[in-house]
Structures are given as structure tokens and as C-alpha cells.
Design a protein around this ligand. Structure first.
Ligand SMILES: [Cu+2]
Length: 181
């Protein structure tokens, strides 16, 4: 009994020494910046963010536009975007594009939002997943910048998109007059 206790004590002592050695060596080789920078930098970015310019305000009071680019999650956990808001329009939705029953591509709200894997990307592009800004306050002209506050599982994260003309995209992007918006 006494011997076992001594051995256990000795083993614990070795373990403590090992941990101390590991801790001191790792603290010199890798700095303590990761946790500090994670709290200040957004874990979600929109790379090459752009939005389709609009020129339909006079004809259609329900003008909307799509926002595209590459969403990047630099965090260590999956991140879900569930909604958003923008000064550019009254409503922001996550949209997916699906084949409807009559065989045409149609966009609709992605009810579950968009989930970007840890350390991964999620592409937003015409004819596929995109962020929709609806009921625009005014037409978006080339050169404008759209700012969107995304509601995410990591809090509200603001992304920006440069307004671009998108010629030739209407056949794949605007699916049909029966769009469900
Ligand atoms: Cu849409």
C-alpha cells in the first residue's frame, strides 16, 4: 500500500514535469495571438463580394438584387447565416435555386440558412445560392457599395459587396415571371 502510493506520487510528479515542459516550450514557439485575434476579427468574410446592378425602380416597386462572392469561415466551428438586414433594402434573405415541378429553375428562401464549415468556404453565385436583398430603397448603380449585416451563429457580421453590371445573366438568374417573391 505504501509502495503503491509512492509510485503513484512519483508518476504524478513526472507527469507534472512533462506538462510544464510542454507548456513552456509551446508558449515560446507559438505566440498567444490566436484567441486574442479571434475576438476582434470577424470569423466570416465575403471575398470578392458583388451585387447585381438594378435599373428597374420605375417599372417595378419590388426591385431586388442578388449578392454573390465567396463566404469564408475562418473559425474553428461551423457557422450558419440565418438572416440579415441592409440599408439598401427592406428585406434580406438567403436564397437557394431549385428545379420546380414544371422543370424550370426557381429561387426560393433557404429555410435552414447557409452553413459554412469550419475553416471552409461557401460559394454564392448567379443561378445557385445567393443572398437576396429585396424591396430596394433605390436602384443600385455600378460603383455603389452594398453593406449587409448578416445574422449568424457567431453574432452579427457585416459584409460588403461592390455593385456590378451583370450582362447576359438574366436567362439563368431571373428564373421566371412566376418567381415566388
Ligand atoms: Cu433570390
Amino acid at each position: 500500500m505504501r509502495v503503491r502510493t509512492l509510485i503513484a506520487g512519483a508518476a504524478a510528479g513526472v507527469l507534472a514535469l512533462t506538462l510544464t515542459a510542454c507548456g513552456s516550450s509551446s508558449s515560446t514557439s507559438t505566440t498567444s495571438t490566436p484567441s486574442a485575434s479571434a475576438s476582434t476579427a470577424a470569423v466570416l468574410t465575403l471575398q470578392d463580394g458583388w451585387a447585381k446592378s438594378t435599373d428597374s425602380m420605375s417599372a417595378d416597386k419590388k426591385t431586388m438584387t442578388g449578392v454573390f462572392g465567396m463566404l469564408k469561415n475562418t473559425g474553428s466551428t461551423p457557422l450558419t447565416i440565418t438572416g440579415g438586414s441592409s440599408a439598401a433594402g427592406k428585406m434580406v434573405q438567403m436564397h437557394e435555386t431549385v428545379m420546380n415541378s414544371s422543370g424550370t429553375m426557381q429561387m426560393q428562401e433557404a429555410k435552414a440558412g447557409f452553413t459554412i464549415p469550419a475553416g471552409g468556404t461557401f460559394e454564392l453565385k448567379p443561378g445557385a445560392n445567393h443572398i437576396m436583398v429585396m424591396d430596394l430603397v433605390k436602384d443600385l448603380k455600378v460603383g455603389d457599395t452594398v453593406s449587409i449585416d448578416l445574422k449568424t451563429s457567431a453574432g452579427v457580421i457585416t459584409v460588403t459587396a461592390a455593385v456590378r453590371a451583370f450582362p447576359g445573366g438574366s436567362e439563368s438568374y431571373n428564373p421566371s415571371p412566376s418567381m415566388s417573391h
